[in-house]
Write a protein that binds this ligand. Sequence first.
Ligand code: ATR
Length: 290
Amino acid sequence: MQINGKTKTCGLIGCPVEHTLSPIIHNTLAERMGHNLVYLPFHVERDDVEAAVKGANALSIAGMNVTVPHKSAVIPFLKEIDPLAEKIGAVNTLVPVPGGYKGYNTDMTGLQRAMETEGITIEGREAILLGAGGASRAVAFMLVYKGAKRVYLLNRSLQKAQAVADEVNKAMECEKVAAMPLEGYKELPKQKYLCIQGTSVGLYPNSRDVVIDDRSFYELVDVAVDLIYKPAKTRFMELCEEAGAKAYNGLKMLLYQGIIAYELWNDVHVEDALADEIYELMKEETKVEE
Ligand code: ATR
């Protein structure tokens, strides 16, 4: 691509940003779609978030992603915020609007689109969600928002699970999220659930770790998504598959959070064939010796 006076700049702010896959997603999209656009990582320290957002606006940056630890910290500096992102309280995509940026959470719309492409239904389903950290909290909102019938939120610390469940139920004006300790699955009605693994347990290089090691737990699962994508097949996914469930990792969520951001910035639709091509590049990039 020829960088010239009309090149649009997009980028990512976070700390750290050195291992991000986002430049591969966006620069490949720009190249394949023939857009004059570059995407760059920007290392931004905690105290500099306001300056970064204002500076990006001053520099007419055409779109920003936001990653850890700034996803909530950027919110006070936005002009507008999408209702789902506001409920979740975390933003990963900034889209230019007059006078600044509008914030979105494409992590969650990305997870939802990734699940849709795999044929996984959320509406009307009962779900088990493992973990109560920032990622699981967002997933709990998304599951309720997308019509899950019930969400059993299992976490090592029951207190933390309860806090997230209370918060989601209050914000969504429902009583769909139930907090439980990890062993709580033993009390659940014996049926099949959609299960989302939202903790960092099992993340490379601790690839053999798993939150629940009891095979009887996996009998409750018919379809599962682990938000982890490195390794490509976590121990959690193996246990799901051994129990006869379908299991997916989080790489498609990462892909689609990027694609949806790119679509918002450029007012385009990314076709499935191009999404598949980028997915293959990301798989190569995240491959580890297992
Ligand atoms: P993030 O914000 O990225 O989602 P986090 O806030 O660090 O991550 O949360 C990590 C999640 O993994 C929490 O649900 C944590 O459980 P606690 O709330 O009880 O701490 C869970 N977690 C981390 N290590 C764990 C372990 N060894 N066993 C079970 N759960 C674990």
